[in-house]
Design a protein around this ligand. Structure first.
Ligand code: GRG
Length: 277
């Protein structure tokens, strides 16, 4: 695979995901539907792409519509977390993806409901497929764990209620839960949905953890204002953060190196940690 092949796959996957999301959410009967579509329309679609490309790597065949619907459930969970994270009681952000945040455009009540709507639709979607396939039930269970009390929500709690001074291990723990959680969910859920063995699942989990950590470190490095935010640059220098990023990339590559047809993932690791948005 060349870099051009990789970029084309990324763009093609994104198009397929965008189209399926449009089919799901474009019918708008009221302002809540509009807000939901507004929230989920946009973004890089990295988590569903990771899920779908992992399915392809593990199955040795293209993904199908059931895989696609599991993938977009991950994007729904991601979109919900962004809506709630932007709200005044959390990060209080006015803009995301170059446009007004959902609560700025539609008001807080609708933003809260839009987040709930997306989260519930994600699980509705997963359960619908799990009725016929226990492996999908296992995949859904793992996604819920990563998004839940001991995963993303816990990470968000420790992010919001951080003390004035914190150290590197605190930052990395929060990042593992808050950001890497959904990457681990994408990877492990792909493996579980295909009924893969424990050893494979553990490798996918390790890969997801380091891919997510390096994704977040790059996010921190792209940030211009770090003072009020949890950011690794508040506890170590830029050069040291880049060293950690390189180390996490190495760990990610190590975890994925023994999979056949892993070229997409090897490119992805470097791509995500050099991205500019
Ligand atoms: C449970 C409310 C709640 C929040 C969970 C995920 C999260 C915590 C907060 C979102 C804000 C944030 C900065 C999270 C870190 C992960 C991250 C860099 C998110 C942005 O993801 P991208 O770059 O976004 O994939 P796009 O716009 O491409 O979808």
């Amino acid at each position: 695979m060349t870099k051009e092949d990789f970029l084309k796959l990324l763009a093609d996957d994104k198009k397929i995901i965008d189209k399926r999301i449009e089919e799901f959410f474009s019918k708008q009967e009221n302002r809540l539907d509009q807000a939901v579509y507004y929230a989920i329309d946009g973004g890089k679609r990295i988590r569903p792409i990771v899920f779908l490309e992992t399915i392809k790597m593990l199955r040795g065949q293209d993904f199908n519509l059931i895989d696609l619907d599991l993938a977009i459930s991950l994007e729904m969970i991601h979109a919900y977390s962004l809506i709630h994270d932007d709200m005044p009681s959390m990060d209080n952000d006015d803009f995301r993806r170059g446009k007004e945040t959902v609560h700025k455009k539609y008001g807080e009540s609708i933003a809260l409901l839009a987040g709930d709507y997306l989260l519930n639709t994600a699980y509705e979607n997963i359960f619908k497929q799990a009725i016929n396939d226990l492996n999908i039930g296992k995949a859904g269970y793992y996604m819920a764990k990563c998004a839940g009390k001991n995963g993303m929500i816990d990470g968000q709690y420790y992010d919001i209620f951080k003390k004035t001074s914190y150290d590197l291990s605190y930052v990395l723990k929060v990042y593992e839960k808050k950001t890497a959680g959904l990457f681990m969910a994408a990877l492990v859920a792909a493996g579980l949905s295909l009924g893969k063995d424990c050893d494979t699942i553990l490798k996918l989990k390790t890969y997801g953890k380091y891919l997510g950590l390096s994704f977040q470190l790059q996010d921190d490095l792209l940030e211009t204002e770090t003072e009020d935010e949890l950011n690794i640059l508040n506890v170590i220098s830029k050069d040291k953060a880049k060293e950690y990023l390189a180390k996490f990339n190495q760990e990610a590559k190590e975890a994925v190196k023994n999979f056949d047809k892993n070229d997409f993932h090897v490119f992805l690791i470097d791509y995500l940690s050099t991205r500019t948005n």
